[in-house]
Design a protein around this ligand. Structure first.
Ligand SMILES: [Zn+2]
Length: 395
């Protein structure tokens, strides 16, 4: 079994130890400050050094059966008996501690909003952490818990206390969540200055020495994941301030392009959406008007067929609409977009287009009165339609 130094002082990240075992790229030490993955918290990384070398620690895991903690190295491991010094990657660990403490504190705040809310599962392995709460909390409940926690962290000095107590004494502590751990149980308690506990949990994770170091704890969103369980997606500590600061910078840069203060960005975007809808409606009207003018300017041939060539593919459908009885239209737009409209019962537009595209290559089809597609040989399209029509009429 490895002595877990991370349980004594979570902020002490440098230590000395002796190599007890080597297995492949992994080493076991008599004691370690490297936290092994577990309880929703990711493994520590860092470096170990000895008199003739050093290696990075890229993973830490605990063998549940033996209690031995294994450190995966990115270099040749030192021999059994070597004295090493270890140094946990502080930036990574502090983020993990803030996330984990943020989870405990947000869960406690939720229970204070409604004692029916209880933790179902947690995950703190990414900056976006999740806290799944039973008891069907609404978005408003979760926001109330977030506010309660923000006020608590800003106004109270809650310090960490991590006693290990025999299970018989657990009744003396207001545990937020029952524990399955038996024998000696490690508690994670955040107490106020009068010694009153704000939150008590049985937990083997690492935590910030003062609750305010997990601030800000920010709820990003809530999701209903299954019957009665709400997933609270949150960020804590450096992760949260870094992310929100970045979002602000992006929002401000966007607001500047619209020459409005960032607080008015929503109004500005709303106004733009309205403008866009108006412009789209106006453009549709203009396209219809232009289509009618183009059709009027293109007289039908002797067989009552209008052949229209267009610049804009967006005019295709308007030009193929409102065809008077007895008329046929074949339309080709830039890029090979094409279509046929038929107001003759004996001419099926979809079949005619397919027959023409069988010759020119391309894909398309449609109903008896309207068909659209794309041809691979725009220059040959009209001739192919004419040929297909002639062959249909003669058969
Ligand atoms: Zn925990």
């Amino acid at each position: 079994m490895t002595r877990p130094l991370y349980h004594q002082a979570s902020a002490e990240l440098s230590f000395a130890a002796t190599v007890q075992a080597v297995s492949g790229a992994e080493i076991a030490l008599d004691a370690t400050a490297f936290y092994p993955a577990g309880g929703g918290q990711s493994a520590d990384h860092g470096v170990v050094r000895w008199n003739r070398g050093a290696a990075g620690v890229t993973d830490t895991r605990k063998d549940k059966a033996t209690g031995v903690i294994w450190h995966k190295l990115d270099g040749t491991p030192p021999a059994v008996g070597t004295q090493i010094t270890g140094e946990v990657d502080a930036a990574r660990r502090w983020r993990h501690m803030a996330r984990h403490s943020g989870e405990h504190l947000l869960a406690q705040s939720s229970v204070r909003i409604n004692p029916a809310f209880a933790v179902d599962a947690v995950n703190m392995t990414h900056p976006e952490c999740t806290l799944d709460l039973r008891g069907d909390p609404t978005e408003a409940d979760v926001r109330a818990a977030e506010t309660l926690l923000r006020e608590t962290l800003a106004r109270q000095r809650l310090t960490l206390d991590t006693p290990t107590v025999p299970e018989e004494e657990l009744g003396q502590y207001p545990l937020r969540r029952e524990t399955k751990v038996r024998g000696q149980v490690r508690l994670v308690i955040f107490r106020d200055e009068d010694g009153q506990p704000f939150d008590v949990s049985a937990c083997g994770g690492t935590h910030v020495p003062q609750a305010s170091l997990a601030a800000p704890v920010v709820v990003l969103r809530t999701e209903r994941i299954r019957g009665g369980v709400t997933r609270v997606v949150f960020m804590a500590g450096e992760d949260a301030s870094e992310y929100l600061g970045g979002i602000y910078q992006e929002a401000r840069a966007l607001a500047q392009t619209f020459s409005v203060p960032v607080e008015r960005l929503t109004d500005r975007v709303e106004a733009l959406r309205t403008d866009l809808a108006d412009s789209k409606a106006e453009a549709a009207q203009l396209r219809e008007k232009l289509a009618r003018a183009l059709v009027a300017a293109t007289p039908p041939d002797a067989q009552g067929l209008r052949w229209l060539e267009l610049d804009a593919p967006s005019l295709l459908v308007p030009v193929l609409s409102d065809v008077p009885a007895g008329e046929l239209r074949a339309v080709l737009a830039e890029g090979g977009r094409c279509g046929i409209a038929s107001a003759r019962p004996e001419v099926h537009a979809g079949e005619l287009l397919r027959a023409a595209l069988a010759v020119t290559g391309g894909k398309g089809g449609g109903r008896p009165e309207l068909a659209q597609g794309g041809t691979l040989d725009p220059a040959g399209f009209f001739a192919a339609v004419q040929a297909a029509l002639t062959s249909a009429q003669s058969s």
